[in-house]
Design a protein around this ligand. Structure first.
Ligand code: B12
Ligand code: SF4
Length: 491
């Protein structure tokens, strides 16, 4: 059968994995891709520019012309409405079976089937649920009531089958179908994206892992890891076949296990030897972990700090660990000569200026190489929604809109923060961003006094974010380049 995937904004490892499994079973796959340079929750979200550069019509026309029997959409909360709109327009013009999957569907399940143009929704891991569905449809059979993870309609009502247990042996999966995305945006290969694990041992209230832990409450361990050998096999293959310059380990927590890291780095140094970037939690940072990362060629680490207030982190984010521990981790990483980028979330329930001041103090001392500030986005099925409702930041009606993907995309917008508080946040946004750009204490104090008095803080912030990206050689910020380079090949 021919299966077409439709996605926007970034490479999608979920689609690549499903595509490989389908191909291994003899099916044909294809992709239509919208770079979504000014939408899709990228650095610069701008409605006017997004409309001007929209690929929607081309995607619908091409999807119809390609004549695939099945069309799969991968939905996260921020692109869910876009997926619905494209699917609706396609279904008007052809008879393809439309299947929705992805993290938003895992959280909201049958919601997608409220739309008559969506035929099936797959919750959780999609590889084998999709394969079973495709094989079933190929055989002409119509009964799908035994396919785990699948939601479908029966007698006009939505029915969801029981969940499929996690895939425990990740080595058993074929290597991801990278070509699907590289043929559209060749420069993606330069920062080769790979996962060595699935899941996270922590359960922060704003993160989709929190939702997974509730949904998969019968599973004893949510973290699964590939063997070092299996990951190395993928990277060696990638180096041989694509233009790979650096590696990005997209794992939630790359440093979750030091013994695994030790075995991995030993092979990586020998067989891959490329600079890499990874994500860590401050509590997983030890001297041994840093030594191994440095030895392997890690050039930058991203660490979630999220707030400088211990109270807020503990009570609202459910993140353990003291400021002292965070400071020690950042200092140790800097001492090792690895760049450190930290993430900070603005707009949490109960957050006050006092909490932000504590962030100011922490970053003043820590001087990370980059501080990325995000505005809190509420993802369906996460605990933080309860706290936000208690703090009257959002209503029950908003909660419903979150499930429908109608209240999302705030990573770079102000989200549910009340108007009167926005100026306060923008001030701290500026102070935090500036700290990574200006690390000399005296210069920072003088400059920050001047800049906080200036108007147009939003624009100033963008400028500093961009300067920090240049300073840290982060090509991800330059979406326009991505667009220009991929324009001829997309959708
Ligand atoms: C790696 C990663 C990235 C990578 C790659 C993105 C990608 N889409 O693959 C990069 C760095 C580009 C990225 C960017 C973003 N990310 Co991200 N990312 C992740 C991360 C850590 C792992 C995702 C992954 O690849 N998993 C492995 C694959 C195999 O699993 P999977 O993606 O879940 O796919 C499986 C199922 O969902 C399902 N499935 C998926 N698609 C489909 C399609 C069909 C048809 C079917 C049937 C099934 C199906 O089957 C797949 C295989 O089992 C997750 C956190 C997490 N632990 O899940 C966050 C996560 C997905 N990201 C998130 C967000 C918010 C973003 C950004 C919007 C951030 C931003 N502001 O820029 C952007 C969005 C960019 C985009 N357009 O995709 C959120 C999404 C939350 C939500 N409810 O929407 C997550 C869950 C983290 C969080 N904050 O909770 N991300
Ligand atoms: S540590 Fe990071 S990935 Fe893990 S639950 Fe918390 S925010 Fe999510």
């Amino acid at each position: 059968m021919k299966i077409l995937f439709i996605y926007n904004g970034a490479e999608n490892l979920g689609i690549e994995s499903i595509s490989s499994v389908l191909k291994a079973a003899g099916h044909e796959t294809a992709l239509l891709f919208d770079p979504a340079v000014f939408s899709g929750d990228q650095l610069i979200n701008n409605k006017y520019l997004a409309n001007m550069l929209s690929f929607d019509k081309k995607i619908v026309d091409n999807a119809v012309a390609m004549n695939a029997q099945i069309i799969g959409f991968s939905c996260y909360t921020g692109n869910y409405q876009w997926c619905l709109e494209i699917a609706r327009r396609i279904k008007k013009r052809c008879n393809a079976t439309i299947v929705f999957g992805g993290v938003h569907i895992t959280a909201t399940g049958g919601e997608a089937l409220a739309h008559p143009f969506v035929d099936y929704a797959i919750m959780g891991e999609g590889e084998y649920a999709m394969l079973n569905l495709v094989n079933r449809l190929a055989s002409g059979a119509t009964d799908v009531s035994d396919i785990q993870n699948l939601c479908f309609r029966k007698d006009g009502r939505t029915q969801c089958n029981p969940p499929r247990p996690y895939i425990r042996d990740l080595d058993s999966l074929p290597l991801p179908d990278k070509r699907l995305f590289y043929d559209k945006v060749p420069m993606l290969s330069q920062k080769y994206l790979v996962l060595t694990s699935q899941g996270c041992p922590f359960s922060c209230t704003y993160c989709s892992n929190n939702m997974y832990h509730q949904r998969y409450c019968n599973e004893t361990n949510h973290v699964r890891r590939r063997s070092p050998k299996h990951v190395i096999q993928e990277l060696v293959y990638a180096k041989k076949h694509y233009d790979v310059r650096t590696v990005t380990f997209g794992d939630d927590i790359f440093t979750a296990s030091v013994p695994w890291l030790k075995a991995f780095i030993k092979l990586y140094k020998k067989k891959v030897k490329l600079p890499f970037h990874c994500n860590v939690h401050p509590l997983t940072i030890s001297d041994e972990a840093i030594r191994l990362l440095k030895e392997g060629g890690c050039w930058m680490i991203t660490m979630g700090v999220q707030s400088g207030s211990e109270r807020l982190r503990k009570q609202i984010f459910h993140r353990a660990g003291s400021n002292e521990r965070i400071l020690e981790s950042i200092e140790a990483i800097k001492r090792a000569g690895i760049k450190i980028s930290v993430d900070n979330i603005f707009g949490a329930p109960t957050e006050t200026e006092e909490d932000l001041k504590q962030g100011y103090d922490l970053y003043f001392k820590a001087k990370p190489d980059r501080i990325l500030t995000f505005w809190l986005t509420y993802y369906p099925g996460t605990k933080i929604i309860d706290y936000a409702m208690k703090d009257k930041l959002i209503s029950i009606n908003t909660k419903k809109r979150i499930d429908k993907g109608q209240y999302s995309g705030f990573a770079h917008g102000t989200g549910s923060v009340k108007n009167k508080k926005i100026a306060m946040y923008q001030k701290y946004q500026l102070l935090f961003q500036l700290r990574s750009l200006v690390q000399n204490d005296r210069a920072y104090i003088i400059l920050s006094r001047i800049l906080v008095k200036m108007p147009l803080k939003g624009a100033l912030n963008y400028a500093i974010v961009l300067l920090n990206s240049i300073k840290n050689r982060d090509v991800n910020a330059f979406y326009l380049i991505k667009y220009a380079l991929s324009k001829k090949r997309v959708p």
